[in-house]
Design a protein around this ligand. Sequence first.
Ligand SMILES: *Cc1c(COP(=O)(O)O)cnc(C)c1O
Length: 392
Amino acid sequence: MTATISELAAIQRIEQDYQLPLYAKREIALVRGEGAYLFDSEGRRYLDAMSNYGVAVLGHADPAFVAAVTDQLRTLSTGHQSFYSDVRAALLQALTEIAPPRLTRAFLANSGAEAIEAALKFARVATGRPKIVAAKRAYHGRTLGALAATADPKYRAPFEPLPFGVTHVPFDDANALAAAVDEETAAVILEPIQGEAGVYAASDAYLRAVRDLTAQRGALFIADEVQTAFRVGAPFAVGQAGVTPDILCTAKALANGFPIGLTLVTEAVSAAVPAGSHGSTFGGNPLACRAALVTLTALRERDLYARSADLGAEIRERVAGLGSPKVRQVRGRGLMIGIELKERVTPTLRALQTRGVLALPAGALTLRLLPPLVWQREQVDELLAALSDVLA
Ligand SMILES: *Cc1c(COP(=O)(O)O)cnc(C)c1O
């Protein structure tokens, strides 16, 4: 039935020979997923504590997700936004229930970087200003515009010059921001909790200061919630701080693994974007919309926002309670967790993988957990048992 390659050595060789060598590969080939677990080509089972960088919020092969996406595949899978769509309309309606107040217009694309790219373009056209202010250590994706806002020289340097001048200011520092935003600034773009950098949350006071300062100076506030959305104990982290940005981007978890990107904007921003000036062939297709719709429904009906908050608090407390001499600090919110070590994180990630747990780095020192939100106590116990071994 499936035309795949079964032998691990062959899989590795073909990928090594025919892909650009961009990724540091983790040896195993993942071939199947079920709920909180992944299986490799050799039949080994892994506890998934990364859900593909926070994507698979409902876990793998969730029956309701599979049924909805399969049904949509049988009905209509592709369709352009120049036609109306029943499924797209249903998704847009569902989004109105969770979107922060005033963010009443949506642009649909296919990835996080595309959602950011759209946000940067919309901010420019809405303000008539060219510049962007972002944070040091920020990660916003790797298309050229998003890359200009991303801070890490590892991603930037090979591709310079980047399309427009972005100033990077220290994160969570309202004075530094005030010094950087001027009459040429189109927008300030920020992750409410910096993910790739190491899981650093901005204070609520800072987010409110960003809101006030941008409003005073005629600039827009873009919240990059590509990673934070849906897993921090609420649909959006900015909502928890009581702040509404002018533009909010999300992607990763929104359709539980089906590629999608979403840029939410105010009526004022929407009104400034000329008709026909931006778009996407795949964006807003019925299959992606159905995948997002079933994901949002499951998050609400299964009470996964509250579950993320509770399980996340429990994990942080129990990790801190291990009293490991290797751990410097445990951070995060909901099921977005950073465990900063006093040493480089790679050997710990390797040891976890050998012990059957897949986790992520965030920066050089931080172990990052972005598990599916459908974890139960059993998975938390399994994680803690592995962590207590590898951090001993
Ligand atoms: C992953 C990520 C992006 C980029 O999303 P892609 O889908 O990989 O393009 C942008 N911003 C943040 C905060 C992210 O975590």
